[in-house]
Write a protein that binds this ligand. Structure first.
Ligand code: GAF
Length: 391
């Protein structure tokens, strides 16, 4: 973190001159279980990972926002435009800085808070395109820093909804609240068991240290395929199924009541959501009870979940399925894709002593199949977004 903060202050000084007024860090996340359940009012079980986006920010005199990200040799600038009779950050923002413009827009328009202009320098070590939500890390770091310098005290759940609105309505991706919640509210050595209908959260102790097992985070580096369209399609399938079944959302579907759906694809979609919600609750129970064999029980649920994502929800790709199979063949007790899908990363629970051999076997197997060589990263439950003390 020290290095990221140093770099953020340096980028700020080089681009804008002087020191920032505030620096905030927000992490990426993995989701242990509960994929695509969030927008169905269901349950999720994520935790932050030790990779962060850092935003160094200061006030500007006029309602203009200048954003510079380390590594992208261009400063994005946007002001206010009149849209629908209201001032909102100009629609022209379509590159990565749309996430920043979306946060400004959402805070000003929906939370009606006084967020004025700002200079924003961004650095990050959250891998992009790895399915660990670099976008939520960016949103939450910027939101935290802007609220800080403009002295806005936003309740965490509202902050999550404000960031979700930025993504849904400004950037135009119909995502749920999983990622922003994990990035903002995670706690070290804990997983968050969240009911997405009520936004209620239970922090459950989760620490594999000392169990003889560890979690691998394996980035497939597979090219993402039509993620936004496919994601929106799944969401539409769920809404259609809920309407046919006469329920508010798929959270409310009883265990077998969907078997009568004539559309076989919809039936499989519903089955994923219903069984995935069960798996999240089962995993939460395992963590809550502090069971001795947490790695094995969780591993079992990972495997079931992956099957369900592959067969019923159809959100995996060959590279990802291959990594999961290779991990299990090499001795992992459980492996599954994490995140929205169509590329991204796999999480796998492996014995400490086998970890190196398992990584080697997975990498060799991927390369033999002419798939990209995967990247392995450290993965443990890290703290959510926080302010960095720069005094
Ligand atoms: C993406 C979305 F942003 C989340 O809201 C969630 O739906 C996830 O995919 C799948 O569980 O990360």
């Amino acid at each position: 973190m020290d290095d990221l903060v140093k770099r953020a202050r340096e980028v700020f000084r080089l681009r804008f001159g002087g020191d920032p007024d505030a620096v905030w860090a927000a992490p990426g996340r993995i989701n242990l279980l509960g994929e695509h359940t969030d927008y169905n009012d269901g349950f999720v079980l994520p935790h932050a990972i030790p990779y962060y986006t850092v935003a160094a920010v200061s006030k500007a005199g006029s309602p203009t926002w200048r954003v510079h990200s380390d590594g992208i040799p261009q400063t994005s600038t946007f002001g206010l435009g009149r849209v629908g009779g209201k001032d909102r950050p100009a629609d022209a923002v379509t590159d990565w800085s749309a996430y920043v413009a979306g946060i400004v827009w959402s805070l000003r328009e929906h939370e009606a808070v006084e967020i004025g202009g700002a200079r924003i320098a961004i650095v990050s070590d959250v891998p992009v395109g790895a399915g660990v939500s670099s976008s939520a890390a960016l949103e939450m770091a910027v939101l935290g820093a802007l609220c800080d310098i403009y002295e806005v005290d936003l309740e965490p759940r509202r902050a999550v909804l404000a960031a979700q609105r930025a993504e849904n309505e400004y950037v135009g991706v119909p995502t749920g609240i999983l990622d922003q919640t994990a990035s903002l509210m995670s706690r070290e050595n804990h997983a968050l068991f969240m009911d997405c209908r009520t936004q209620s959260i239970e922090e459950l102790p989760f620490d594999l240290e000392g169990t003889g097992y560890r979690m691998l985070l394996i980035d497939s580096r597979a090219p993402h395929r039509h993620v936004d369209n496919e994601y929106a399609d799944r969401r539409r399938d769920c809404e259609r199924a809920a309407a046919l079944l006469g329920v508010e959302s798929l959270r409310d579907v009883g265990d077998h009541s969907y078997f009568d759906l004539p559309d076989l694809v919809l039936r499989r979609r519903v089955r994923h959501i219903v069984t995935e919600n069960h798996r999240v609750r089962d995993a939460a129970e395992v963590l809550r009870a502090g069971a001795e064999d947490i790695p094995l029980l969780l591993g079992y649920l990972f495997n079931e979940s992956h099957q369900s994502m592959m067969v019923d929800y159809e959100i995996t790709v060959p590279e990802i399925d291959h990594l999961v199979a290779a991990a299990l063949r090499a001795g992992a007790v459980g492996a599954r894709m994490t995140g929205g899908g169509f590329g991204g990363s796999v999480i796998a629970i492996v014995g400490e002593d086998d970890a190196e051999a398992v990584c080697d076997a997975i990498a060799t197997s991927a390369v033999e199949r002419d798939f990209p060589e995967p990247v392995f990263r450290t993965c443990y439950p890290a703290p959510g977004a926080y302010r960095i003390d720069i005094t």
